[in-house]
Design a protein around this ligand. Structure first.
Ligand code: DCP
Ligand code: MG
Ligand code: MN
Length: 317
């Protein structure tokens, strides 16, 4: 669903099999190291403007090593990948990959379900008692949650969020981040960042997010809760007779706003890259801070670590 394999990319078939191998490593083997390696290679190939014609050529890209170069040669020579064929023929791998498509079911839970003989979505529906609230809602809206959200629909949701949250208190600041902020025409979910001047990293706990979520439920925008903590809401929203959409809301202290906006804008691969760069430059970058300095804009973060500034539309790695 979230892979850099779009048509128009001259190497999209390589990206596709690398993304599939990445998912397999994450979901079935729970090997995050290999997951990251495959994703990094897919990301490198997805931004390479010309068709790769050999493993050797691929090897010159940052993030493509010998093992992946060999797979590219095999794919070029045979039109397929034996490793992937084997995975497709392995029933428990297929089941685990299927079950992890449900929001809230991670690789460990999926493995446990498959070990209990639950291998299809029909099995899942008959065993709701084995699912928590998040997973139950995830199953109910599996089809809807896999549909991409057009940009125009997110714009409509943004207007309602602003109207309702400003009614609560006009001092809130609301920023829709994620792929939407990176300019994508379609997104997987709606990532909303909010902050309020009364909330800083030094102030005590508050119920701001509680109030916001309740307001959004009363007006009918938010239709489901998956989880709600003091700073993080996961849920669903819906407009008229459109599909039910995944909505994430994060409440961030106002003094950490810029690091949060940077983090929540992504992409995740871009964040990885930038964090590694920050470490090399002697800083620690995370969603809260750039230690050990004070930040007053997104540009500040790039400046301090000596990373060329990229507008959100240039962060689609
Ligand atoms: N993020 C991250 N690392 C993760 C997950 C998320 O850095 N493991 C950050 C970067 C993402 C942002 O959070 O861009 C939002 O996460 P999403 O999963 O919603 O991803 P996107 O919005 O980028 O893509 P999509 O359109 O699929 O939602
Ligand atoms: Mg998103
Ligand atoms: Mn999200």
């Amino acid at each position: 669903r979230k892979n850099p394999s779009n048509e128009g990319n001259p190497n999209h078939d390589f990206c596709e099999f690398l993304s599939e191998l990445a998912e397999y490593e994450k979901n079935v083997n729970r090997n995050i190291y290999k997951y990251n390696a495959y994703r990094k290679a897919a990301s490198a190939l997805s931004t390479h403007p010309i068709r790769i014609t050999s493993g050797k050529e691929a090897r010159t890209l940052h993030g493509v090593g010998d093992k992946i170069a060999k797979k590219i040669d095999e794919f070029l020579q045979t039109g397929k990948l034996q490793k992937l064929e084997n995975i497709h023929n392995d029933a428990s791998s297929v089941s685990i990959n299927l079950l992890t498509r449900v929001s809230g079911i991670g690789p460990a839970k999926a493995r446990q379900l498959v070990d209990d003989g639950i291998t299809t979505l029909d099995d899942l529906k008959k065993n709701i008692n084995k699912l928590n609230h998040h997973q139950t809602i995830g199953l109910r809206y599996l089809d809807d949650f896999e549909k991409k959200i057009p940009r125009s629909e997110i714009e409509s949701v943004e207007k309602i969020l602003q109207r309702e949250i400003f009614k609560l208190d006009p001092e809130y600041k609301i920023t829709i981040c994620g792929s939407y902020r990176r300019g994508k025409l379609e997104s997987g979910d709606i990532d909303t960042l909010i902050t309020h001047p009364s909330f800083t990293s030094k102030s005590p706990k508050n119920n701001l997010l509680d109030d916001v979520v309740r307001t959004l439920e009363s007006c009918g925008l938010v239709t489901e809760r998956l989880s709600l903590g003091p700073t993080k809401f996961m849920g669903a929203c819906k407009l008229e007779d459109l599909p039910t959409r995944r909505l994430d809301i994060r409440l961030t202290p106002c003094d950490q706003y810029y690091c949060s906006v940077l983090y929540f804008t992504g992409s995740d691969m871009f964040n990885k890259d930038m964090r590694a760069h920050a470490l090399d430059a002697g800083f620690t970058l995370n969603e809260y801070t750039l230690r050990p300095v004070d930040i007053n804009s997104e540009e500040d973060i790039f400046d301090f670590i000596g990373y060329p500034f990229k507008i959100p539309e240039e962060r689609n790695k």
